[in-house]
Design a protein around this ligand. Structure first.
Ligand SMILES: N[C@@H]1[C@@H](O)[C@H](O)[C@@H](COP(=O)(O)O)O[C@@H]1O
Length: 249
């Protein structure tokens, strides 16, 4: 595990974007696993800026997103389809038919999950998976207690996650109660993983991440067993850590 300490949100976003750009340059047909949430907005902005300035091309890239709310239409501003279009897809040369996000409107949710899992396998697996972290340690929408063996599945969101995400909605009542998410085992199959954390609101969970043994109540802890994980965290997110005590494999 590698920890890159960023000065602030902008520095974190810049470092993360550079890793993604390097991945795409090294392997133009990369499969990128993408994430949503406030943390990754700056990274997408920098990827878009770089695309405009340096013409880094996404023509051969395929993308698979981590998750989507159940019941939100892609045109709904709070859907992750909408998020990805507005923050990234609409501004680069990535063909729309090479972008994949779980269908939160599927009639047969279980079938949708199965197909999404198969799709990732058919694409040859994920080369680089981008992740944020929930305040309760969730990655994707894998909430505490979700088995590490899980594949793409439908989850009931915890009240704390719905409250944390309510800032994007008019009220917490509008936040969907369910989501489709890649499972922990799906995420762990990625060849490389890039986890981002910024701000004091992530300080408690980051200190728990570093101090706790791997356990299903803190889903992100499984990442400590992955061979190729890079964490980029800013000083505020690391403010509860005594960094000199950290040992990295
Ligand atoms: N499903 C997403 C996660 O993929 C994201 O990492 C997390 C953190 O969000 P934020 O970056 O806004 O703090 O919350 C959401 O629930």
């Amino acid at each position: 595990m590698k920890l890159l300490i960023a000065k602030d949100y902008e520095d974190m976003s810049k470092k993360a974007a550079q890793i993604i750009i390097d991945q795409v340059k090294q392997k133009p047909g990369s499969v990128l696993g993408l994430a949503t949430g406030g943390t990754v907005i700056g990274t997408y902005k920098m990827l878009v800026d770089d695309h405009k300035r340096h013409r880094t091309s996404y023509k051969q890239v395929r993308t698979v997103n981590l998750d989507e709310y159940v019941g939100l239409h892609p045109s709904n501003k709070n859907s992750y389809h909408y998020f990805m279009k507005t923050h990234f897809f609409d501004h680069v040369d990535l063909p729309a038919n090479q972008t994949f996000i779980p269908n939160g409107l599927a009639d047969q949710v279980e079938e949708e999950c199965k197909q999404y899992e198969q799709l990732i396998a058919q694409l040859g697996g994920i080369d680089l998976q981008l992740l944020g972290i929930g305040r309760n340690g969730h990655i994707g929408f894998n909430e505490p207690g979700n088995p590490f063996s899980s594949k793409t599945h439908c989850v009931t969101l915890t009240e704390s996650t719905r409250l944390a995400n309510a800032r994007f909605f008019k009220s917490v009542d509008e936040v969907p109660t369910h989501a489709i998410t890649m499972g922990i085992s799906t995420i762990m199959k990625s060849k490389k993983i890039l986890l981002l954390a910024s701000g004091t609101k992530k300080a408690i969970i980051l200190s728990r991440f570093f101090n706790e043994e791997v356990n299903e109540q803190n889903p992100a802890t499984i990442l400590k067993t992955h061979k190729h994980v890079t964490i980029i965290a800013d000083e505020q997110a690391l403010s509860l850590m005594n960094l000199s005590h950290l040992h990295f494999a």
